[in-house]
Design a protein around this ligand. Structure first.
Ligand SMILES: NC(=O)C1=CN([C@@H]2O[C@H](COP(=O)(O)OP(=O)(O)OC[C@H]3O[C@@H](n4cnc5c(N)ncnc54)[C@H](OP(=O)(O)O)[C@@H]3O)[C@@H](O)[C@H]2O)C=CC1
Ligand SMILES: O=C(O)[C@@H]1CCC=N1
Length: 273
């Protein structure tokens, strides 16, 4: 992958909280050089400070012409944060952003229309190389820019290219926010086990291992999700009893997730205004 190019010219990370750190952790473990990495963040974590002791440039002057400048601040902080990257506008640096909602037009209005921009929506499993990121470039982004973005993001999981920016809020609602839904499923399953009389720690161990194991099976098996579900469901058995509740048209998972994903996509659209 093009890590050599990035190690030669540098990578700037503007904002390095939960998402920025998840990606940085993945990249460092795959060969990104600490001394080729500039991080600007007003409240760096102890982990970042530790990396700074080993060569990462933390809150230092930014390089003139890095290969990539990645924006990972909250959309609400964008107005304050973005001007720090103005010198990269219209130049050789590929500006990438992972912020939810904020549109390409907003970046172009601050950095200039000639700026090559790739908008990306990753998720936190990137920290263990199991993320999925959707990308879309602006009109100035070249095929090489998209290849570079894809190569960088492939180091932390799968990458998909979108047909248009209009798909980004729905993507955010499914895969960007999605890990939180799954973690909440673990919490809720553990709580339900407790309500059936299991000790809290045993119930949590069962719930967590079940979600992880089912996820790994879904990742490795050629079977569809529907078939994997059917494989668990003995006719007239316990799973069928539970699925009768979970697949209820009005009160089950499909209706609930439809509402949840819609709420997330709506919030993305609001953040973009
Ligand atoms: N978390 C996730 O799972 C995902 C997040 N995203 C996107 O990633 C972005 C970051 O989210 P997340 O990591 O969760 O948020 P965090 O708040 O954890 O991280 C943002 C970081 O940026 C810092 N920051 C604030 N202002 C500036 C500034 N002017 N210059 C540089 N850094 C600044 C913040 O510091 P301080 O805490 O002091 O404000 C914080 O450390 C968001 O735009 C979000 O939409 C996308 C996909 C998934
Ligand atoms: O909650 C958020 O707004 C961000 C975007 C996707 C995941 N976290």
């Amino acid at each position: 992958m093009q890590l050599e190019q990035i190690n030669r010219r540098g990578l700037v990370l503007l904002g390095c909280g939960k998402m920025g750190s998840a990606m940085l952790e993945g990249w460092l473990s795959r060969g990104l050089a600490l001394n080729a990495t500039w991080v600007n963040d007003p409240n760096p974590s102890p982990w970042l400070k530790g990396l700074a002791n080993r060569g990462l440039r933390l809150n230092a002057d930014l390089p003139e012409n890095p290969a990539v400048a990645l924006i990972a601040v909250k959309p609400q902080m964008m107005g304050e944060a973005l001007p720090a990257l103005r010198s990269y506008g219209g130049g050789d640096t590929l500006v990438m952003t992972v912020a939810a909602g904020t549109t390409i037009a907003t970046y172009e209005s601050v950095l200039g229309q000639a700026t090559r921009i790739v908008r990306a929506m990753p998720n936190t499993p990137a920290a263990v190389g199991r993320g999925i990121t959707a990308i879309i470039g602006n009109a100035q982004a070249t095929a090489e820019d998209l290849d570079l973005a894809e190569a960088l993001l492939s180091a932390v999981g799968q990458v998909v290219r979108l047909e248009g920016e209009h798909q980004m809020d729905a993507v955010t609602a499914v895969s960007g926010s999605g890990p939180a839904y799954v973690f909440h499923l673990i919490e809720a399953l553990a709580a339900a086990g407790e309500a059936e009389g299991l000790p809290a720690d045993l119930s949590m161990q069962l719930a967590r291992a079940t979600v992880c194991g089912a996820g790994e099976l879904a990742a490795r098996s050629p079977e569809t999700a529907a078939q994997l579900r059917i494989n668990v469901t003995s006719p007239g058995g316990t799973t069928a009893a539970a699925l009768g509740v979970l697949m209820d048209a009005e009160s089950g998972f499909p209706a609930l997730l439809r509402r949840a994903v819609h709420a997330a996509a709506e919030r993305g659209r609001e953040l973009g205004k």
